[in-house]
Structures are given as structure tokens and as C-alpha cells.
Design a protein around this ligand. Structure first.
Ligand SMILES: NC(=O)c1ccc[n+]([C@@H]2O[C@H](COP(=O)([O-])OP(=O)(O)OC[C@H]3O[C@@H](n4cnc5c(N)ncnc54)[C@H](OP(=O)(O)O)[C@@H]3O)[C@@H](O)[C@H]2O)c1
Length: 294
């Protein structure tokens, strides 16, 4: 059996096309396109790239993007005041504050200051609670993107044994909640999990969200499993240490896992593009809900 490489880029392009159609319908109905406000505090180079991509994709999908660039020394009160202003602005449908934030700012305070109906990242405690109780909510983009790929690949996920490695609030926990909602039997593994290889090797669906380059090798994977690699790790290309050439790899050792899995997402080109596409999807969903369009 040949392993299928799951093409997240192609899937994300189709999703963005569908989102663009919805965005144009909203524009026709209310006289303006859906609007996403993105806040960047400081000069973190990875964050700058992520924000630029989000803005470009928002505009390419026919939506309005509003950018707020704040100085690295911005205090928490200033950021909270900006969020409050956007919460009360009917012309803003979605608000995203790029993480991480500088040390003087409490991330949880900022996440929970965003109005839940504009929380397109799905990180607010209200949206996390709605997801945990199986109710409709804005769902964090990365795990939602993983779920869409899994559904596309497997159809019904009901009864499958799913293992999520990682328990962060932005990936691991919401991923587990989504899989539970699909009636998977879900295990969340983390740095204190005993016999991690054995736990993972029982999974029909294995989601790696660890942040450790290529940690999940062939021994972690059951023959015929579907493997979703959330990790994005920059590593030096072997033999180019002096020039310092780098490349992106996932948390999964792709070359080993490809011999065992039924399907696997590549890095890049797997989960990454789905994250931005789901942000577009959430922005349209937030705009529809707030403007009363079905
Ligand atoms: N593709 C995308 O769009 C996208 C989006 C978000 C994140 N990411 C990537 O996904 C990865 C995870 O992100 P995150 O924000 O969830 O990371 P995180 O907050 O650092 O969480 C990492 C999780 O992995 C667990 N872990 C660490 N070392 C482990 C080990 N040796 N064995 C088992 N578990 C271990 C940690 O366990 P403890 O809780 O016990 O410490 C933690 O729960 C990163 O590579 C990140 O860059 C990608």
C-alpha cells in the first residue's frame, strides 16, 4: 500500500475559494466585506512573517484587513484599550492578537479581552468552554484545519483511536476536543506520558503537536495510521553548518513514517496552509453571526 501525502496546500486553496464566495455574499448583503483586525506588538521576526501572510490572504479572499503595529514596549493597558475599541466597532468582525506577546503583557488577559464573537483565533475561555461542552463556537484554526484534513482523508472518524501528542491550549487540547466530538477514543499525551511510543503506536490517528524536530519516528506509528504533523521547526541543513542554511521540518520524521502510515501531512505544505485558511473561514463565520446573515 502506497502512503498518501496529504496535500494541505491544495485543500486550503479550495477552502479559501469557498470562503471568498461567502465573503462576497456578505459584502453584497451589508455593503462592506468582512473585516479582520490583526495586532502585532513588537518585532518578532516569525510573527512579522505570520502577520504579513495573514493580511495578504485576507485581502486575496476579498476581505478587509486592518493592521495595528504596536511598539515592543507597549503596556498592557494600551493594548487592552485598543481591543476594547475594536470590540465596540461594528466595522470589525474578527480580532487577532499575534502571539507571543512581550513579557510585560499577560497573554491570558489579552486573549480574554477580545469579544468572544470576534475571537477568530478561538482562544477565549468562552469559546474553549463552548468547544469543550460540544456547542458551536469559533474553533482554533490549526486544530480545525487538522480536523478538515482528517475528515477528507477518512470520512467518518467515529470509533477510531486518536492520540494527540501535546496539550497546549492552542493546538493539543482543542484538537482532542474536536476528535472527541467526532466520537474518536482520544488520548492526550505530553512530556510526562509514560511509554509514549507504545501509546502512539496504538493510534489510528496520530497528531503530533510537540515542537521537537522529527521526534515522532517510525516506532511511534502503527501500520496504516493517519499521521498529522502540526510541528514547524527550523533546523540547519546537514553539511551546511558553516553557511547556516536552514529548512523547515515537522515533529514527525517524514522519511521513516512514510513507510508505515496510510497517510501523512508533509511540512511544509500540510497543516500550515490550513491554519490561515481556517482563519479566513472563522472571519466569515464571525461576520455572518454578528451581522445576522445565515
Ligand atoms: N502548523 C501551524 O500552523 C502551527 C500552529 C501552531 C503551532 N504549530 C507548531 O506546533 C508545535 C506545537 O505547538 P504548541 O504551541 O502546541 O507548542 P507548546 O505550547 O510548546 O506545547 C508543546 C507540547 O508538547 C509536549 N511535549 C514537549 N516535549 C515532549 C516530549 N518529549 N514528549 C511528549 N510531549 C512533549 C509538551 O508537554 P508538557 O505540556 O508536558 O510540557 C506540550 O504539551 C510547534 O512546533 C509549533 O511551531 C504549528
Amino acid at each position: 500500500m502506497e502512503t498518501k501525502i496529504i496535500d494541505g496546500k491544495a485543500f486550503s486553496e479550495k477552502l479559501v475559494e469557498a470562503v471568498a464566495v461567502e465573503a462576497s455574499k456578505i459584502k453584497a448583503a451589508i455593503g462592506r466585506p468582512p473585516a479582520l483586525a490583526v495586532v502585532l506588538v513588537g518585532e518578532n521576526s516569525a510573527s512579522k512573517v505570520y502577520v504579513r501572510n495573514k493580511i495578504e490572504r485576507t485581502e486575496a479572499a476579498g476581505m478587509r484587513s486592518i493592521e495595528h503595529k504596536l511598539d515592543v514596549n507597549t503596556d498592557q493597558a494600551t493594548l487592552l484599550a485598543l481591543i476594547e475599541e475594536m470590540n465596540n466597532d461594528d466595522a470589525v468582525d474578527g480580532i487577532l492578537v499575534q502571539l507571543p506577546l512581550p513579557d510585560q503583557i499577560d497573554e491570558d488577559a489579552v486573549i480574554n479581552a477580545v469579544a468572544p464573537e470576534k475571537d477568530v483565533d478561538g482562544f477565549h475561555v468562552v469559546n474553549a468552554g463552548l468547544l469543550a461542552t460540544g456547542q458551536d463556537s469559533l474553533v482554533p484554526c490549526t486544530p480545525y484545519g487538522c480536523l478538515l484534513l482528517l475528515r477528507d482523508q477518512l470520512g467518518s472518524l467515529s470509533g477510531l483511536n486518536a492520540v494527540v501528542v501535546g496539550r497546549s491550549n492552542i493546538v493539543g487540547k482543542p484538537m482532542a476536543q474536536l476528535l472527541l466530538k467526532e466520537s474518536c477514543t482520544v488520548t492526550i499525551a505530553h512530556s510526562r506520558t509514560k511509554d509514549l511510543k507504545e501509546v502512539c503506536a496504538r493510534a489510528d490517528i496520530l497528531v503530533a503537536a510537540v515542537g521537537r524536530a522529527e521526534m515522532i519516528d517510525g516506532d511511534y506509528v502503527k501500520q496504516g495510521a493517519t499521521v498529522i504533523d502540526v510541528g514547524i521547526n527550523r533546523v540547519l541543513v546537514e553539511g551546511t553548518e558553516e553557511e547556516g542554511k536552514s529548512k523547515l521540518v515537522g515533529d514527525v520524521d517524514f522519511d521513516q513514517v512514510i513507510d508505515k502510515a496510510a497517510a501523512v501531512t508533509p511540512v511544509p505544505g500540510g497543516v500550515g496552509p490550513m491554519t490561515i485558511a481556517c482563519l479566513m473561514y472563522n472571519t466569515v463565520a464571525a461576520a455572518k453571526k454578528q451581522t445576522g446573515i445565515s
